[in-house]
Design a protein around this ligand. Structure first.
Ligand SMILES: NC(=O)C1=CN([C@@H]2O[C@H](COP(=O)(O)OP(=O)(O)OC[C@H]3O[C@@H](n4cnc5c(N)ncnc54)[C@H](OP(=O)(O)O)[C@@H]3O)[C@@H](O)[C@H]2O)C=CC1
Ligand SMILES: O=C(O)[C@@H]1CCC=N1
Length: 267
C-alpha cells in the first residue's frame, strides 16, 4: 500500500511510525507532506519517508491520503488536493470537527473515512473512533481499519455525530489525565516530596489503578469504597472534591470540548 500524509506533526507522525513499525508500508511508499521547514528537515534527517513540502501531482500515485493538518488549515489543503486527487484514492481525515460531507464537497471526492485518534497512538496504545462515507467499500474500510489498529485499538461508529463525543472523551482525554496527575504531583510537592518522588508515587498509582479498573470484577463505586475506609483519609479527600463539585466540573469540561468540536464542524 502507498500512503501520503498531509501534515506530519504529532498525530501524522504517530500514524506514520506505527505503520512502519508493523511493516504496513515501506518508507519508499510513504509520502510525508509537511509545510513547516523545521519539521520537514527533522523528518528528512530521520529518513522517515519521502519528505516534500507541498501537495503536488505525485500524490495521485498513493492509495491512501491521510489529512492530519489542524482543522483551521484544511482550507489551505483543499484546492491543491482537489486538483490532483484520483477517483480510486481513499482519504482518511483525523481532523477534529470537520464533517465528511464537507471534505467530500471541498475535494469533490466521495471516498472519505473520518477518524479521531489520541496521542497514545505514538506508543501503539491509542484508541480511535472512526466512521466512513457510504461510498467507501468494505475492502477499503478494512484496509484502513487495519492501519488504524497499528496505532492501538479502534471502534467503528455508524453515527458520524458521535465522533465529536469521541473527540471530547478520548481524543482530548489524555490531557485530562495529565491535568489530574499534575495536580496530584503538586499536592505531593506541597507535602514535602521532591518532584521526582511525587511523580513516581502518582504514576505508579495511576498504573496500578488502571489495572484494577481493567481486571477487578468490581464497579467504579465499589473500587472507590474499597479504598475509602469509614472515617478515614480518602473520605476526607472525597468530601473536599464533592464540596468543589469536581466531578461536575470534569463533566462540564468534557461537554465544552464536545461543543467546540461541533463548532469546528460548523466552520
Ligand atoms: N494532538 C492530538 O492529541 C490530536 C489531534 N487530532 C487532530 O489531528 C490533526 C493534527 O494535530 P497535531 O498533529 O496535533 O497538529 P500539529 O500542529 O502537530 O501537526 C500539523 C502539521 O501540519 C502542518 N501543516 C499545516 N498546513 C499544511 C499544509 N498545507 N501542508 C502540509 N503540512 C501542513 C503544520 O505545519 P505548521 O506548524 O507550520 O502549520 C504542522 O506541522 C488536527 O486536525 C487535530 O484535530 C486528532 C486527535 C488527537
Ligand atoms: O484539541 C484538539 O482540538 C485536538 C482534537 C483532540 C485532541 N486534540
Amino acid at each position: 500500500m502507498k500512503i501520503a500524509i498531509v501534515g506530519c506533526g504529532n498525530m501524522g507522525m504517530a500514524f506514520a511510525k506505527s505503520f512502519l513499525q508493523y511493516d504496513l508500508v515501506k518508507k519508499e511508499n510513504l509520502l510525508l507532506i509537511e509545510k513547516s521547514t523545521e519539521r520537514s528537515q527533522a523528518l528528512k534527517a530521520e529518513k522517515a519517508g519521502v519528505v516534500v513540502d507541498t501537495i503536488g501531482p505525485r500524490v495521485a500515485e498513493y492509495d491512501l491520503v491521510i489529512l492530519s493538518v489542524k482543522p483551521q488549515d484544511f482550507g489551505s489543503v483543499c484546492d491543491a488536493l482537489a486538483a490532483v486527487i484520483k477517483p480510486n484514492q481513499v482519504v482518511l481525515s483525523i481532523m477534529a470537527g470537520i464533517p465528511m460531507s464537507q471534505i467530500q464537497q471541498r475535494l469533490n471526492h466521495p471516498l472519505v473515512i473520518r477518524a479521531m485518534p489520541n496521542t497514545p497512538a505514538m506508543l501503539g496504545m491509542g484508541i480511535t473512533g472512526f466512521t466512513a462515507a457510504k461510498e467507501v467499500d468494505l475492502t477499503n474500510l478494512r484496509r484502513v481499519e487495519n492501519l488504524i489498529n497499528a496505532t492501538g485499538r479502534s471502534i467503528f461508529l455508524e453515527d458520524e455525530a458521535m465522533l465529536d463525543a469521541v473527540t471530547a472523551l478520548s481524543g482530548s482525554g489524555p490531557a485530562y489525565f495529565y491535568y489530574v496527575v499534575k495536580a496530584m504531583v503538586e499536592a505531593g510537592r506541597q507535602m514535602g516530596f521532591d518532584e521526582g518522588v511525587a511523580t513516581l508515587l502518582v504514576k505508579q498509582t495511576m498504573l496500578g489503578s488502571f489495572h484494577l479498573i481493567n481486571n477487578a470484577d468490581k464497579s467504579l463505586d465499589d473500587l472507590i469504597k474499597a479504598v475509602a475506609s469509614k472515617g478515614g483519609t480518602t473520605e476526607a479527600a472525597l468530601r473536599q472534591f464533592e464540596a468543589g463539585s469536581l466531578a461536575d466540573t470534569l463533566v462540564a469540561g468534557i461537554r465544552a470540548a464536545q461543543v467546540r468540536a461541533q463548532e469546528l464542524s460548523n466552520g
